[in-house]
Design a protein around this ligand. Structure first.
Ligand code: CA
Ligand code: CA
Ligand code: CA
Ligand code: CA
Length: 458
């Protein structure tokens, strides 16, 4: 699984390593109101900052991401000398966060530029190269207090060799984002910006994905294309991506009103160098394909590097008994769908127990199953479907579990874990697994069942 923000992590880590050993004690401090006294080089940096803007300021730390300090050191122009970015709000004035840039030369820090940003808080700070010059651009995602749903990504080209009278900070783009991702989509050795956003204005109302590319000639980022999600998408919840067959695939989990969710799939098509919504062409109602009533996120459920989309399904012949105020209800499983040329295929199906925090993979080796869950006791019976169409056992109640392979139920009392207990069997260790003779005759053992059980976060 990769989230959009995780993509840049290796790059950032590499950048941090290259940047060498910054004296980070101070810089790791989160959410400082005022700068503490610094020592050594940092003290000189703080003095230079205060000499430029005064002492009556609040420092502002990014809320998330790799850089969590109001002071960010980064060598953007590759001369092996770090620049310093300081994020602050002037006390008693407007709430806008400013970015102050200091450069280091001749054994001293000096103030180089100062700009007003686009929010009262900083969500994230990153650096990447998206325009024609080799320098890193500064990417700041701004938020406004109490409105973290709306984020603004501002990209700044930094012109360190600027002429007197021209600006060091050159805004390349400022766009509303839910999440974004920078990569060389079209393999021309220059990065593009992909982002997803929700536009709540009356004219555009809806969720969109958009791709921006840098134009050398016009020195701006221009839109390559934009796709609008299904009109029923009422909110964005998460975006993940994978890379398969030479193209990026983005999975955007969306809300559809109350207690209903679906995943919008967005592809980058290398042939046309544009974004597309492939489900539109394959299905009459693309939303119905992945719609679910539980908040389940698209994820790489089997760890193969590809994202799967979860959907709920009633399992044939399966039901929940002793359900409050109702005799039986259909039993739902979660299937994870993989998208391919032909549309969706199921990769894996789980029986999910939210109540007891586990899921059990319905491995094909178990054979075709039906499941009966006793809501009162928590006991779940896994039964072979073979006998469903066959002869029934007449009159003999004790012979009823003929098709019962195994049961899983909450452990009745605390059991001491065996000294050689497999940590992977953690979830299973809180459960009582009983395999029947019939189950054993089908090569099912306690270990087989344990290996299919995973812990699920509540
Ligand atoms: Ca530098
Ligand atoms: Ca650049
Ligand atoms: Ca490119
Ligand atoms: Ca996968």
């Amino acid at each position: 699984m990769k989230t959009v923000c995780k993509l840049l992590l290796p790059l950032l880590c590499a950048a941090l390593l290259l940047a060498g050993c910054s004296p980070v004690d101070f810089f790791s401090t989160d959410s400082l109101l005022r700068a503490p006294r610094l020592t050594g080089t940092n003290a000189a940096l703080q003095q230079a900052f205060e000499a430029a803007v005064g002492k009556d300021v609040f420092l502002v730390s990014p809320l998330t991401g790799e850089y969590r300090s109001a002071y960010v050191l980064k060598d953007c122009n590759g001369d092996k000398v770090e620049e310093a970015f300081v994020f602050y709000v002037r006390h008693g004035s407007e709430n806008t966060v400013h970015v102050h840039l200091l450069e280091y030369a001749e054994h001293a820090w000096y103030s180089a530029a100062d700009i007003a940003g686009n929010g009262s808080e900083i969500y994230k700070v990153e650096f990447f190269n998206i325009d024609g010059d080799p320098d890193q651009e500064l990417a700041v995602t701004w938020t406004v207090s109490d409105s973290r749903r709306d984020k603004t990504l501002s990209l700044y080209n930094l012109d360190f060799a600027h002429d007197p009278g021209s600006d060091l900070f050159n805004p390349l783009a400022s766009v509303q984002v839910f999440d974004y991702f920078v990569a060389d989509f079209d393999k021309d050795r220059q990065n593009e910006l992909f982002y997803v956003y929700f536009d709540s204005t009356e004219e555009k109302n809806g969720a969109y994905a958009k791709l921006l590319k840098y134009s050398e000639a016009d020195t701006v980022l221009y839109p390559v294309n934009e796709v609008k999600f299904d009109g029923r998408a009422s909110n964005l919840l998460a975006v993940k991506y994978d890379y398969a067959d030479g193209r990026y695939e983005f999975y955007a989990d969306c809300a559809v009103g109350e207690n209903s969710y679906y995943t919008e799939l967005i592809l980058y098509e290398p042939e046309t160098a544009t974004l597309s919504l492939p489900l539109r062409a394959l299905y009459e109602d693309p939303v119905a394909q992945t719609r679910r009533s539980s908040l389940l996120y698209a994820d790489d459920v089997d760890g193969d590097g590809r994202i799967e989309i979860p959907v709920e399904r009633n399992l044939d012949n399966s039901f929940v008994i002793n359900y409050p105020e109702s005799e039986t209800v259909p039993l739902r499983c979660v299937s994870w769908l993989r998208f391919g040329q032909e549309g969706f295929t199921t990769t894996v199906t789980y029986y999910v127990s939210d109540a007891y925090g586990y899921r059990l993979r319905l491995d094909p080796a178990l054979g075709a199953l039906y499941i009966i869950n006793d809501y009162m006791t928590g006991e779940v019976q896994f039964r072979s479907v073979e006998s469903l169409s066959g002869e029934t056992n007449e009159g003999d109640e004790s012979a009823a579990p003929d098709d019962l392979l195994f049961t899983v139920s909450p452990a009745v009392r605390a059991r001491t874990a065996a000294p050689d207990a497999d940590p992977a069997a953690d979830a299973a260790s809180k459960l009582r697994i009983v395999v029947t003779d019939f189950g054993r005759s089908r090569n099912i053992t306690r270990k087989t069942v344990e290996a299919l059980i995973e812990t699920v976060d509540a």
